[in-house]
Design a binder for this molecule. Structure first.
Ligand SMILES: *Cc1c(COP(=O)(O)O)cnc(C)c1O
Length: 400
């Protein structure tokens, strides 16, 4: 299908068709896996032309691979960006992205509630090399305006944030940052929403990053990440961030698995969301539950913003049981169908304890500032039948 025609096509159509190339050699329906590290040249002159950028074509799979290219073009189409760079993990994407923007003497403003390893990268990784980082609550716009400086090059956020589902108004944040300095890159981690439910670039963000390990692949068998943005910026991420700084290239087999997963992304996210809404309400009504974080609940402080900037509320929930950490651990340990594991967006319902697992990179004060209480449980609602998930919760609650 031609690109222009697909721009107006629905999400599912784009997920199946965008970016695809026609295999004219053998007529393969699905994209072949080009499982090769390198590509031969007809002669030395051709090799020279490719390295000089005078001729198209592949050189070496760290710089590009046909299977990965199809995936990158598809993700760019799904996020509404000009281009995309694939990486070997979400952290590979985030670090390649941020090293392509910031260096010694530059300043990043980051939200204080972030995935644990992103927090570590910003808190005690990049700062070791002279990057200045201010952590603040970006859901309050005053905290952005108070911290913008002449050397600010990036504003970094997640919405909904991991693990407390905090919602930040992307449009307002991007507008304010760009009014101060149009060169500032507003970078949004769209892992929790997925492009099915939220399009940060259309709301004014400059760059979207993903852990494709989660919903995009969706089958719990790949570690991968993406950076999406302008063609100019993605060229810098590929030719500097990925090529020189991190070398965090995605393998062609993983790229192929994600292409396979994407075909059902829209269906999966719809099911995750439908079940999550029922489970969030079930938890909200449960007298053993202290509080529930789910942007679809009217009680959520970001509910109105989420209604505006998301197409639906997604499959992630976090909650605290009365009795705090001890009761929470007892609950998790009593589950029979649901599994205790980090990661999210898989077919299996997964529960985890952020303070001791995904967010153990945070110190005690940082945890408090980030709104990650000691008893918080994070839940990734899977694709099982929702009644079976709730029945498992029922029996686990009885153990407390
Ligand atoms: C998992 C996760 C990451 C890191 O991705 P990896 O693929 O594990 O490297 C980054 N951001 C968010 C929101 C995540 O959930």
């Amino acid at each position: 299908m031609e690109k222009e025609k697909l721009e107006n096509a629905g999400f599912g159509t784009r997920a199946v068709h965008a970016g695809n190339i026609r295999d004219t050699q053998y007529g393969s329906l699905t994209m072949p896996i080009y499982q090769t590290s390198t590509f031969y040249f007809e002669n030395c002159e051709q090799g020279g032309r490719r390295f000089a950028g005078e001729e198209g074509g592949y050189i070496y799979s760290r710089l590009g691979n046909p299977t990965t290219t199809v995936l990158e073009n598809k993700i760019a189409a799904l996020e509404g960006g000009e281009a995309c760079a694939a990486a070997a993990s979400g952290m590979g994407a985030i670090s390649s992205c941020l090293w392509s923007i910031a260096g010694a003497g530059k300043h990043i403003i980051a939200d204080e509630t972030l995935y644990g390893c992103t927090f570590a990268l910003l808190n005690h990784g990049m700062t070791e090399y002279g990057v200045e980082v201010t952590f603040t609550d970006l859901s309050n716009l005053e905290n952005l305006t108070a911290n913008l400086r002449e050397n600010t090059v990036a504003v970094y956020l997640e919405t909904p944030a991991n693990p407390n589902l905090k919602i930040t108004d992307i449009e307002l944040l991007a507008k304010t940052a760009h009014e101060y300095n149009s060169d500032i890159k507003v970078v949004c981690d769209n892992t929790f929403a997925s492009p099915v439910l939220q399009s940060p670039l259309k709301l004014g963000a400059d760059v979207v990053v993903h852990s494709a390990t989660k919903y995009l692949n969706g089958h719990g068998d790949v570690i991968a990440g993406f950076v999406v943005g302008s063609a100019e910026f993605i060229t810098r991420v590929k030719m500097f961030g990925l090529k020189d700084m991190t070398g965090s290239t995605l393998g062609p087999f993983e790229a192929w698995l994600i292409l396979r997963g994407l075909k059902t992304l829209e269906l999966r996210v719809a099911r995750h969301t439908e079940s999550a809404k029922k489970i969030a309400q079930y938890l909200y009504d449960n007298e053993k539950v202290e509080h529930v974080n789910y942007p679809g609940l009217p009680s959520h402080p970001g509910h109105e913003i989420a209604k505006r900037q998301m197409r639906d509320f997604g499959g992630m929930i976090s909650f605290e049981i009365k009795g705090g950490k001890e009761a929470g651990m007892k609950f998790c340990n009593s589950l029979k169908l649901c599994t205790i594991a980090v990661s999210l967006g898989d077919a299996e319902t997964l529960v985890e304890h952020p303070a001791s697992m995904t967010h153990s990179t945070y110190g005690p004060e940082d945890l408090e500032a980030a709104g990650i209480s000691a008893g918080l449980i994070r839940l990734s609602v899977g694709l099982e039948n929702v009644d079976d998930i709730i029945a498992d919760f029922e029996q686990a609650f009885k153990q407390i």
